[in-house]
Write a protein that binds this ligand. Structure first.
Ligand code: CA
Length: 224
């Protein structure tokens, strides 16, 4: 997962960064609420570990604003005070869960694992009269089976995962391609165009991978 750690206390922030990145996650950090909000608005994260007491904008306010714009972004509050009031307030502002400091590293990693299971895209999705099999990287309509490349499948998973919003070409380059620095955004457009040929009933008026003018692409289907 891609995780943002928001913690003003440096030693704790560094420790969390080590722990979470060693567990295989991609980690970014923020030392106050303002930096946190700007990082979240500029990039796609799967989860945020959010300290409650933060300089500039406190954790509750960060959580409130994040949940307004990205309701599916998982927020795990880190609260030093174990008081019932803080927990209730945190959950009321939309936090998905909380963990009380000091917590053990195993406890935190176990929480993240359960978030990851929850966020994992389903193995297959029904798309009108067809099936998008993300587990096998296949698209099936009737007897017709079309293999998707790993990259095409990764694009679909990312759009599905963040289906409440549009994903920019830069974000797709960053997360789906290995060396985004050497590539141009039209690489994304070309890949999407090939993908549409495979999965859209009518590639010129797509309804699975839709274009969001001035932003990028989005998951176009209504899914429950
Ligand atoms: Ca703090």
């Amino acid at each position: 997962m891609r995780i943002l750690i928001v913690e003003d206390e440096r030693s704790l922030r560094d420790g969390l960064q080590d722990l979470v990145s060693t567990a295989g996650h991609e980690v970014e950090t923020a030392e106050d609420g303002e930096v946190a909000l700007s990082k979240i608005s500029g990039s796609a994260f799967d989860a945020v570990l959010l300290d409650l007491m933060l300089p500039k904008i406190d954790g509750l306010e960060v959580c409130r604003r994040v949940k307004e714009r990205h309701p599916s972004l998982y927020v795990l509050m880190l609260t030093a005070r174990g008081s019932e009031d803080d927990k209730v307030t945190g959950l009321k502002t939309g936090a998905d869960d909380y963990i009380t400091k000091p917590f053990g590293s195993r406890e935190l990693l176990a929480r993240l694992e359960s978030v990851e299971r929850r966020l994992a895209p389903p193995e297959w999705l029904s798309v009108g009269d067809a099936v998008l099999d993300l587990g096998r990287c296949q698209f099936r309509r009737g007897d017709e089976i079309c293999d998707l490349t790993a990259r095409e499948s990764a694009i679909l998973k990312m759009l599905y995962h963040h289906r409440e919003r549009a994903i920019s070409r830069a974000e797709l380059l960053e997360h789906v391609w290995d060396a985004p620095g050497n590539l141009e955004t039209r690489t994304v457009d070309m890949t999407i165009s090939n993908l549409r040929q495979k999965i859209e009933t009518n590639p010129s008026t797509p309804n699975i991978v839709v274009t969001v003018k001035g932003v990028g692409y989005a998951w176009g289907l209504k899914t429950s």
